[in-house]
Ligand binder design. Structure first.
Ligand SMILES: Cc1cc2nc3c(=O)[nH]c(=O)nc-3n(C[C@H](O)[C@H](O)[C@H](O)COP(=O)(O)OP(=O)(O)OC[C@H]3O[C@@H](n4cnc5c(N)ncnc54)[C@H](O)[C@@H]3O)c2cc1C
Length: 419
C-alpha cells in the first residue's frame, strides 16, 4: 500500500509493535496509521476485552475524540446517567445528587463503558492495523536499528519501535525497565467491580453506601440490563494476593465487607458467582522516564493515575495522540519524539496523580464523624442556596485536571487517514 500523508512522504515507514489492545494501544494505532507508520497490536486476551466499567472522557481528551472522528459514536454510547443517591444501612435515601456532579451529562464531560470505547477504537482501526490476539511479547532484543521481538506463540519479528500500552501491571515495563515494585505505589485502598443482576432496578442511576474505610456503589447505565457493583476499601498495607487467583480475591473482598450492612450480604453472594470479577490495589505508576532506547510506555503502563483520578482514559487518549504526533513531527526520530512526548504530557499527568491521591482518601474516609458530615452535606445540598456554587467548585477541580494536558497541533493533522 502506498501512503501519501505528508509525514510519510519524507519519513521512511516505521514499524511499531504496540502491546495492549484496550484504550491507549488502539488509539495510538489509529494515529500512527494516519501518519503513515505501520502499527501492529499484540493483545494477551484471546479477543477484544469488551467488559468493564464506566469511564470518563473529559476536557482535552474530548478534542482528541473529535479529531479521531469518534466523538459522535462515543456520545451515542454514553452511559447517560441521570444522577445518584447515598443510602443508609436500611437502604433509605439520604440525599440525591445530580448527574453533573457524578459526570456524564455535560458538554465537556462524557462517560462511556470502557468496553464500548475499546470496541469503537478497534472498529476504527481493525481494517488498517494488524491485531494479534492471544499472544504476548516473550522477549525483546534491541540493537542500533531496531528491536527483535520474540512472541510467546513462537515467531520472532523485527520492529523499529515497541510501545508498552499494556496497563498498570505492564509486562513490557517489567521486561525493559525492571520489576513492577520499583514503579507502582499503593495508595492505601483496593477496588473491586463485577456485574450482577440489577435487583435494585436502577435506571441510569448510581446508589452509594459509605461505612468507615469503605464505599460501595451499585449502578446501571443506559442500555445495560445488569448492574455494576463497585467496592472500594482502605488497606494501608498491600494484601498479599496472586493476581490470577480470583477465588482468593473474592475472599479478601468478602472479609472487608462482612458486616452485613445494607445490601452487602446479597452483593457478596453475587461476587462469589461473578465471572467478570475485577480486583486490584489502587495504585499510581511513577517513572522518571517513559522510554528506554526504542521502547516507550503509554497510558496506565507509563503513568497509571489510578481509577480515582477519573482521568486514566483521557490520559491514555491524549498520550496516544501526542506520541504519534511527535513521531510524525520528528519524522520517525524516536529520540526526539519520545522526549517531546514526555514534555507535553508529564505536567498534566502529575497534576492528575496528585488529584488521585486526595480522591482515594475521600473515597475511604475512616472516621464515623467524617461520614456523618458528608451525609449531612448530601442531605442538605439540594436545599442550600449555594448548591450551584458547590457543584461548580467540584466540577472546576475535576475540569482543571481534565484540561491539564494540551492538544498540540501536529503538521500532518487534518490529512485523510493513511492512504
Ligand atoms: C474499576 C475501574 C474504574 C475506572 N474508572 C475510570 C474512570 O471513571 N475514568 C477514567 O478515565 N478511567 C477510569 N479507569 C481507568 C481506566 O480504565 C484506565 O486508565 C484506562 O483503561 C487505561 O487504558 P490503557 O489502554 O492504558 O490500559 P488498560 O485499559 O489497562 O489496558 C491494557 C491492555 O493490555 C493488555 N495486556 C496486559 N498484559 C499484556 C501482555 N503481556 N501482552 C499483551 N497485552 C497485554 C490487557 O489485556 C489490556 O487489554 C478505571 C479503571 C478501573 C479498574
Amino acid at each position: 500500500m502506498t501512503r501519501t500523508t505528508s509525514a510519510s512522504a519524507s519519513t521512511p515507514a516505521k514499524t511499531v509493535l504496540i502491546s495492549g489492545a484496550s484504550i491507549a494501544g488502539p488509539a495510538l494505532a489509529y494515529w500512527l496509521h494516519r501518519y503513515g507508520f505501520v502499527p501492529t497490536v499484540v493483545e494477551r486476551a484471546p479477543e477484544l476485552r469488551t467488559g468493564g466499567y464506566k469511564v470518563d472522557i473529559r476536557g482535552t481528551a474530548i478534542e482528541v475524540c473529535r479529531r479521531m472522528g469518534i466523538l459522535d459514536e462515543v456520545r451515542a454510547n454514553s452511559t447517560d446517567m441521570r444522577g445518584g443517591s447515598y443510602v443508609d444501612d436500611a437502604g433509605r435515601t439520604i440525599g440525591e445528587l445530580p448527574a453533573e456532579i457524578f459526570g456524564g451529562r455535560a458538554e465537556d464531560d462524557d462517560e462511556i463503558m470502557r468496553g464500548e470505547l475499546a470496541r469503537i477504537l478497534h472498529d476504527r482501526t481493525r481494517d488498517d492495523v494488524e491485531y494479534l490476539f492471544d499472544d504476548s511479547i516473550a522477549a525483546l532484543a534491541e540493537d542500533a536499528d531496531g528491536v527483535d521481538v520474540t512472541f510467546e506463540s513462537g515467531p520472532t519479528r523485527r520492529f523499529d519501535l515497541v510501545v508498552g500500552a499494556d496497563g498498570m501491571h505492564s509486562h513490557t515495563r517489567r521486561l525493559v525497565f525492571g520489576p513492577e515494585e520499583r514503579y507502582r505505589r499503593h495508595l492505601g485502598a483496593y477496588i473491586s467491580i463485577f456485574t450482577a443482576p440489577n435487583h435494585l432496578v436502577l435506571d441510569r442511576w448510581e446508589t452509594y453506601h459509605a461505612a468507615p474505610g469503605r464505599l460501595t456503589c451499585v449502578y446501571s447505565s443506559a442500555g445495560e440490563t445488569d448492574a455494576k457493583n463497585l467496592f472500594v476499601f482502605a488497606s494501608p498495607e498491600e494484601l498479599p494476593h496472586d493476581h490470577r487467583d480470583t477465588a482468593a480475591q473474592k475472599r479478601l473482598l468478602a472479609d472487608a465487607f462482612a458486616d452485613g450492612r445494607w445490601e452487602l450480604p446479597r452483593l457478596m453472594r453475587h461476587a462469589a458467582d461473578a465471572d467478570d470479577f475485577y480486583f486490584d490495589a489502587i495504585s499510581l505508576v511513577e517513572m522518571d522516564r517513559w522510554s528506554k532506547g526504542r521502547v516507550v510506555l503509554l497510558g496506565d503502563a507509563a503513568h497509571c493515575a489510578s481509577p480515582a483520578s477519573g482521568q486514566g482514559t483521557g490520559l491514555a487518549l491524549l498520550g496516544a495522540y501526542t506520541l504519534a504526533g511527535e513521531l510524525a513531527a520528528a519524522r520517525g526520530d524516536h529520540r526526539t519524539a519520545f522526549a517531546a512526548y514526555e514534555r507535553v504530557l508529564r505536567p498534566g499527568v502529575e497534576r492528575n496523580q496528585r488529584m488521585a491521591e486526595s480522591f482515594v482518601k475521600e473515597l475511604t474516609v475512616d472516621r464515623k464523624w467524617k461520614i456523618a458530615l458528608r451525609m449531612f452535606m448530601v442531605r442538605t445540598l439540594p436545599r442550600t442556596p449555594w448548591k450551584n456554587l458547590i457543584a461548580k467548585k467540584i466540577r472546576d477541580e475535576i475540569q482543571a485536571g481534565a484540561h491539564a494536558v494540551p492538544v498540540k497541533e501536529y503538521p500532518a493533522y487534518g490529512l485523510p487517514a493513511g492512504v
